[in-house]
Each structure stands twice: as C-alpha cells, then as structure tokens.
Design a protein around this ligand. Structure first.
Ligand code: SF4
Length: 236
C-alpha cells in the first residue's frame, strides 16, 4: 500500500472518529448502532465502541439469514462483548409462511416490511442517535447520503442518523479491517459483495454494482434507508 493511500485512509479514519466522538458526547445514553454484520457495519461498530463499548447493537433477526451470518454474529458478539439486541418480527418465519406463503418470492417489499422495516423502526424509538455503516458508493440510491441526517420514524419521532463511512470506498473498509485485525463475514470469501437474507442474496450479477446480487437485481433497498436525505448540520 502506498504512503499516499495510507495517508488518505488515516485522514478518513480521523474524520470518522472525530464525528463519532462529537455525536456520542451529545448522546452518550441514547445512541444505538444497527448491524447486519457486513464489513461496513463491523467497521463502524469498531469505531463507535472505542468510545462507547456498551452501545446497544441492533441486529434484525429476520429468521432468513445465512447460517454463516448467525455464526459470525455470535462470534463477534462473544469476542467483543457486545450489548447485542436481536430484533425479531411479530411472526416467526413458519407463522408468516403459513399465513401468507413465501413472501420473499411473491411480495418481497411486504416481507421486508414485516421482517425488517417495521421491527427496526419500533426498536429505534428509544434512541436519538443511530449509527449506520451506509456508504454512498454502495448503491445509486445512496449516492446523496450525508454523514449526518435527520430521520423521522412513522410515529413522528425524530432522530439523528449518523453514517461515519458515508464517503468511504470499499477498499477503505477492507484496509481498516486489515489494519485492526478484524475478521470479516466468511461469505465474502465465496464472492458475495453485499449480504442480506439468504433467499434474497446471490453472488453479484454485475461487477460494477456490489448490491446487484440482492433480490435478484429486481429491488435495491429493503425500505429502511429510502427516506429522502435531510442533512443535519455540518458533518463532513
Ligand atoms: S431480504 Fe428477503 S427474506 Fe429478508 S425480509 Fe426482505 S424479502 Fe424477506
């Protein structure tokens, strides 16, 4: 790795850590981080835990994740002593499939609504600051992502959504993980570039689009992050 690349990464880490520290000073007891245990989420978690080691970590346990994801979640949770909150939907997978059929095949928006969006928005109610691992480079739907945005839940509750890696490139994430010896989800070694629920995740269909293996390329977002960006002051 060249000295220039290292300098650039150092600058990004310094800026992200400063932003995290600044926001945590104001929200010491009412912040959370969501994690799917993909690389970005684990890097953000590592950054945030340097200041707030006991921060609640919200994992959307849809019941449809890869076994490898559950095993990795459990490994990191134990090794890092995470304050892990598994957020579960109202219905089990068996109950939902019995009542509605296999929605991830027939109505994935509805399935995501029941198993991801609704449960997460309910789980976010007690918090005023929400850390995410989102990056602009991940998808065209995220191209206008701001590091710090205002977010409104369906109840009208407002909170701040902080994405410290908004401007990071994929290589920054991998270099950060390598620098700090962070093991990543083993599914990346099989060629996956974006990893969600198993029925809706395949190897990328396009080398230019890391999320092209999600929902067979027919859908880009689960619905959690599609609220129009509303910048919340100066962040980067
Ligand atoms: S990603 Fe697929 S399985 Fe997971 S909640 Fe959405 S539609 Fe359902």
């Amino acid at each position: 790795m060249s000295a220039t690349t290292l300098d650039a990464l150092d600058a990004k880490i310094t800026a992200a850590a400063a932003l995290v520290g600044e926001q945590l000073r104001a929200h010491k007891d009412d912040a959370c981080v969501t994690s799917s245990f993909q690389a970005e989420d684990v890097v953000v978690l590592h950054l945030v835990r340097a200041t707030a080691p006991n921060i609640p970590v919200l994992f959307l346990d849809t019941g449809y994740h890869f076994q490898a994801t559950y095993e990795y979640r459990d490994r990191i949770s134990v090794e890092w002593h995470l304050n892990l909150h598994n957020i579960v939907p109202a219905q089990t997978v068996a109950q939902q499939e019995s009542e509605f059929g296999i929605l991830n095949q027939t109505a994935p928006d509805r399935c995501c609504g029941l198993r991801k969006v609704g449960p997460l928005f309910a789980a976010l109610e007690p918090y005023n600051l929400w850390f995410t691992g989102l990056r602009r480079q991940q998808a065209k739907t995220r191209a206008n992502l701001q590091a710090l945005e205002n977010f409104t839940l369906p109840t009208g509750k407002h909170l701040r959504k902080l994405s410290p890696l908004a401007a990071w490139q994929t290589r920054d994430v991998w270099q950060y993980a390598e620098r700090y010896g962070i093991p990543l989800l083993p599914l990346y070694d099989l060629g996956y570039s974006s990893i969600g629920c198993e029925p809706c995740t395949s190897l990328p269909l396009s080398g230019d689009d890391p999320r092209s293996g999600r929902w067979g390329g027919h859908k880009i977002e689960c619905g959690i992050h599609i609220q129009p960006a509303e910048p919340a002051g100066k962040a980067e």
